[in-house]
Design a protein around this ligand. Structure first.
Ligand code: PRT
Ligand code: ZN
Length: 216
């Protein structure tokens, strides 16, 4: 029941690692976005879609609050924020892992090696979950960026951060010892999506699945 005037509102990252792949996916779905630079909002010219450009950290909240109907965002952000949204589809880009790392040469056998240690991270919720699951008590020190320098400046004994190639850890004299989450970009949706929005989303999902199939 697609009605003129009603558009699906999609939140994507404004700039950063997921922006280009998010825009590319829409393009591959045959959706043209008139993307003005520095705009907060844009509309598709050939599909009932409105796109909001936001900080990735804010996307789960906007989708929970129905400011956006759906969003493209990393699993790591969704699970850290613990917002009430539905995970609908894995998008196949933005792949990384959230890993514990310790200074090179330091011994690490399993999670119990972290007992009483100080762990620097931007993902306190996910790290606490991991520690709880393993019955380990440790101190979490939350920092928002440049986590990998924390051990070198005496701020922490270990870190937990996203890793893709591993070169950032290597350059900072750290070794990856444990991966606590595998992540990629996913499509999240509001839990009370209206029927018109759901019908548009179904069309979008059909196209996304076709794009993914073509790549395999
Ligand atoms: O401004 P905004 O808040 O929107 O962006 P941001 O700076 O918070 O996020 P951004 O653009 O850095 O990352 C967006 C998303 O990309 C993340 O939430 C992940 O889902 C995904 N992603 C994939 C990554 C990486 N790979 C990644 N390697 N995000 C960050 N990194 C960083 C990591 O933190 C570390 O500093 O890259 C470094 C490690 O990379 P390697 O290749 O050296 O291992
Ligand atoms: Zn962010």
């Amino acid at each position: 029941p697609e009605r003129p005037g009603i558009k699906l509102k999609l939140a994507i990252q404004k700039s950063g690692r997921l922006h280009d792949d998010s825009m590319r996916l829409l393009k591959e779905c045959g959706i043209d976005i008139s993307n003005g630079v520095n705009k907060l909002k844009s509309e598709a010219t050939n599909f009932p879609l409105e796109v909001f450009f936001l900080r990735d950290d804010d996307i789960p909240q906007y989708v929970e609050d129905a400011v956006a109907d759906i969003g493209f965002v990393g699993e790591n952000v969704v699970y850290e924020k613990k917002k009430k949204v539905d995970v609908t589809e894995q998008l196949g880009f933005g792949k990384c892992r959230l890993s514990i790392a310790v200074p090179k040469g330091e011994s690490y056998t399993d999670a119990t090696s972290l007992r009483g240690k100080r762990i620097a991270t931007s993902y306190p919720v996910l790290v606490q979950d991991f520690l709880d699951k393993n019955n380990v008590q440790a101190e979490i020190h939350e920092i928002s960026g440049s986590v990998e320098i924390a051990p070198g400046i005496g701020l922490a004994n270990a870190i937990c951060d996203l890793v893709s190639s591993g070169s950032t850890l290597f350059m900072n004299g750290l070794q990856e010892v444990e991966s606590i989450l595998k992540s990629q970009a996913i499509l999240i949706k509001n839990q009370d999506l209206g029927p018109v929005q759901q019908a548009i989303l179904d069309k979008l999902l059909f196209r996304i699945q076709s794009v993914k199939k073509a790549k395999n």
